[in-house]
Ligand binder design. Structure first.
Ligand code: GLP
Length: 264
C-alpha cells in the first residue's frame, strides 16, 4: 500500500489524475481501452476537473474507455440530480469524449434490484475487470456503500445505509430524511478485483477512517481496511486526513524514495 501525503487539494488531484491518465493512454496505445472505476462524493471532484483539463488542454482522450461506477441510490428516478449516474455525468462524463453508453452504473430504479446487482457484477467481469478504481471513504470507514459489518468478500448487492451515512450525505439533499435508505453497491470483493485501487481522502473528518484503513486491524467494522489485502493500493491524503497515522513520516519517506515512478 502506497500512502501519498499531499500538501493541498490540487496536488492530490494531480496525483490521482496521473494514475487515470496513464491507464487511459496505455489502453489507447495497446488497443485495449481502459476500464475505469469511478466514485462519487466531494473528494474525487478536483481529480475529475484535472482529467477534464487534460482532455481539453493535453489531448487526453476517453474514446473507447468504459466506466463502471461504484454505487447508486435505490429508488431515485432516472435523471434525478442526486443520482450517482447524473453526478458522474455532470462532474466528468459530459465534459470529456466519453460515450454515455460507456458510463455504467447499477440501475437503482430496476424493478428487481437483486437481479440488477448480479447483472452489474457480470457486466464488470465481461468488460475484463476494472483497471483503476477510484474510491473515497466514509467517516465510518465505508467504501462505496459497504457499511460497517459488511462481509469482506461481498459482491454487488443492496445495502441499508446507516444513519451516519445518510446524515453525512444530507448536504446533497434537502435533509437526511430525503436521502434514500437503500443503495446498490459494489461489494468489497468486487472492489478488490480491480487491478489498482486509488483512494482519496481529505480533511480532519476522515482522519480516524484513514487510520483504520491503513493501520487498523482488518475488520468488517472498518470496511476500507480490507484494502490491506490488495496488492496495489494507493492512498492519497492531505495532512489533515493523515493526522492520525502513526507512521506518516515513513510513508512520506517511502513514497519519495519509491523505485518506480507513477504507473498503474
Ligand atoms: C458516499 C459514497 C462513497 C464516498 C463517500 C464519501 O457515501 N457512496 O463512495 O466515498 O460518500 O464522500 P465524500 O468524498 O463527499 O466525503
Amino acid at each position: 500500500m502506497d500512502i501519498v501525503i499531499t500538501e493541498n487539494a490540487a496536488e492530490a488531484a494531480r496525483t490521482v489524475a496521473d494514475f487515470f491518465d496513464a491507464a487511459v493512454r496505455s489502453g489507447a496505445a495497446t488497443g485495449r481501452p481502459a476500464v475505469l472505476g469511478l466514485a462519487t462524493g466531494s473528494s474525487p471532484v478536483p481529480a475529475y476537473r484535472e482529467l477534464v483539463r487534460r482532455h481539453r488542454e493535453e489531448g487526453l482522450s476517453f474514446r473507447g474507455v468504459r466506466v463502471f461506477m461504484l454505487d447508486e441510490y435505490v429508488g431515485l428516478p432516472a435523471g434525478h440530480a442526486q443520482s450517482y449516474h447524473e453526478f458522474i455525468r455532470a462532474h466528468f462524463g459530459r465534459d470529456v469524449d466519453l460515450s454515455d453508453a460507456e458510463l455504467h452504473s447499477p440501475d437503482g430504479a430496476a424493478p428487481d434490484v437483486q437481479a440488477e446487482a448480479a447483472r452489474y457484477d457480470a457486466a464488470i467481469a465481461a468488460a475484463g475487470g476494472v483497471d483503476v478504481q477510484l474510491l473515497g471513504i466514509g467517516t465510518d470507514g465505508h467504501i462505496a456503500f459497504n457499511e460497517p459489518g459488511t462481509s469482506l468478500s461481498s459482491r454487488t448487492r443492496v445495502e441499508v445505509l446507516t444513519e451516519q451515512t445518510r446524515s453525512d450525505n444530507a448536504r446533497f439533499f434537502g435533509s437526511s430524511d430525503e436521502v434514500p435508505r437503500y443503495a446498490l453497491t459494489q461489494g468489497l470483493g468486487t472492489i478488490m478485483d480491480a487491478r489498482h485501487v486509488v483512494l482519496i481522502a481529505e480533511g480532519a473528518g476522515k482522519a480516524a477512517a484513514v487510520a483504520g484503513l491503513v493501520e487498523g486491524p482488518v475488520s468488517a467494522f472498518c470496511p476500507a481496511s480490507v484494502l490491506q489485502f490488495h496488492q496495489h493500493v494507493t492512498v492519497v491524503v492531505d495532512e489533515a486526513a493523515a493526522a492520525e497515522l502513526d507512521h506518516a513520516s515513513y510513508y512520506r519517506f517511502a513514497w519519495e524514495n519509491r523505485l518506480d515512478s507513477v504507473s498503474s
